[in-house]
Design a protein around this ligand. Structure first.
Ligand code: SF4
Length: 355
């Protein structure tokens, strides 16, 4: 079997990707007292509006803390979708990036879904425009279309299955066992990793994550000389050379579990550093080290923190709650089609848990 890499006709001009440093520089700084006041207002608004905050692991520690203290939730995109679906609140406030808000709306059309910042995109989503992707699918009618959750509602609507990194290997393995040939989009590194593990026949879209793409295997090798006892935790959106250094490869939730169970004192972590908030709580006795994103003299755009995730702040969270703006809408015809492929993901995940 083989993984064939499709060179997508569309690439994101680098100048359209904000740097995390520029986002941080434009985010207001607050004293501890100001922060407490803003958080108190957010909590009051959440209660007043029957709203619940669902945050991704890559958002700031402040936002994750508010989610924890208000009965909200912090997790990866699969569990965020499930939680929003099961929680009785009439408004879901999704702190993360746009496709997460869209997924919440796909599953919960009757609920109001708000996001702190609608411009919070994802390079995987941007790098897989629906028209080009649909034309690509048309060229390969014999393939089952499996897309990563990091895609627009329109791309999900074109797919047979949606997956997150936590169940991608198992789903592709299952489909390959049934004789399916796969068209995978958009992350080429994750697709390539799945292909190697499952030996499935896969055709890959050429997308990548601007954060994980920047991790540097040579610099991690140098770090390992300094910490020879360290384990290396790597998200599978990272390049192949990083995966070869990994002690554990897994989704955000799987990496947090590994941090708890591995015996190593030092853990070199190759995913967005927003995960450190939950990982350190889960494994308080471990020393977490950020995997380097540049060698000597190199520069980074994300520097291990997603620029779009960094757009979520306490200020725009409060503003959205007060103004009721930044609401997510998904065209009903698209939503119904995207629901079919997304629901298949949830059903498959439930089957795995029941085993
Ligand atoms: S970290 Fe990468 S995959 Fe996640 S939202 Fe940012 S760009 Fe997308």
């Amino acid at each position: 079997m083989s993984a064939e890499l499709k060179i997508a006709p569309f690439t994101i001009p680098l100048q359209e990707v904000p740097t995390t440093a520029s986002i941080a520089a434009s985010t207001p700084e607050h004293s501890a007292a100001e922060k407490r006041a803003i958080i108190a207002e957010i909590k009051a608004e959440l209660e007043r509006q029957d709203a619940v905050l669902v945050a991704h692991y890559y958002t700031s520690a402040d936002i994750q803390q508010v989610a924890e203290e208000t009965g909200g939730y912090i997790s990866d995109s699969l569990d965020m979708a499930r939680f929003g679906n099961e929680h009785p609140a009439t408004t879901l406030v999704v702190a993360g990036v746009r496709f997460m808000g869209e997924t919440a709306k796909i599953l919960n059309p009757e609920k109001r879904v708000l996001m702190p910042e609608l411009k919070a995109e994802c390079s995987l989503d941007l790098g897989c425009p629906a028209d080009e992707f649909s034309a690509f699918c048309d060229e390969h009618p014999d393939r089952t279309i499996v897309v990563y959750a990091n895609t627009s509602a329109e791309v999900k609507a074109r797919a047979d299955y949606v997956v997150t990194s936590s169940i991608a290997v198992k789903l592709i393995d299952h489909l390959a066992g049934e004789g399916h040939k796969i068209l995978w989009a958009p992350d080429k590194h994750l697709g390539s990793y799945i292909q190697k593990v499952t030996d499935a026949d896969m055709l890959l879209w050429n997308g990548s994550c601007v954060v994980h793409d920047e991790f540097k295997s040579r610099a991690v090798g140098n770090l390992l000389q300094q910490y020879p006892d360290a384990a290396v935790l790597v998200h599978p959106e990272s390049p192949e050379a990083m995966l070869q250094l990994a002690t554990v490869i897994g989704s955000t939730t799987q990496l947090i579990k590994a941090a708890q169970t591995l015996p190593n004192k030092h853990l070199i972590v190759a995913t967005d550093n927003g995960i450190f908030y939950k990982m350190q709580k889960a494994a308080p006795d471990k020393i977490l080290i950020e995997a380097p994103t540049g060698g000597v003299g190199a520069t980074c755009r994300s520097c291990a923190h997603c620029p779009w995730m960094a757009m979520n702040s306490l200020d725009n969270l409060l503003s959205t709650l007060k103004k009721g703006n930044n609401e997510i809408h998904v065209d009903e015809e698209i939503r119904l089609k995207a629901l079919r492929s997304t629901q298949r993901m949830l059903d498959f995940a439930n089957t795995l848990e029941a085993e």
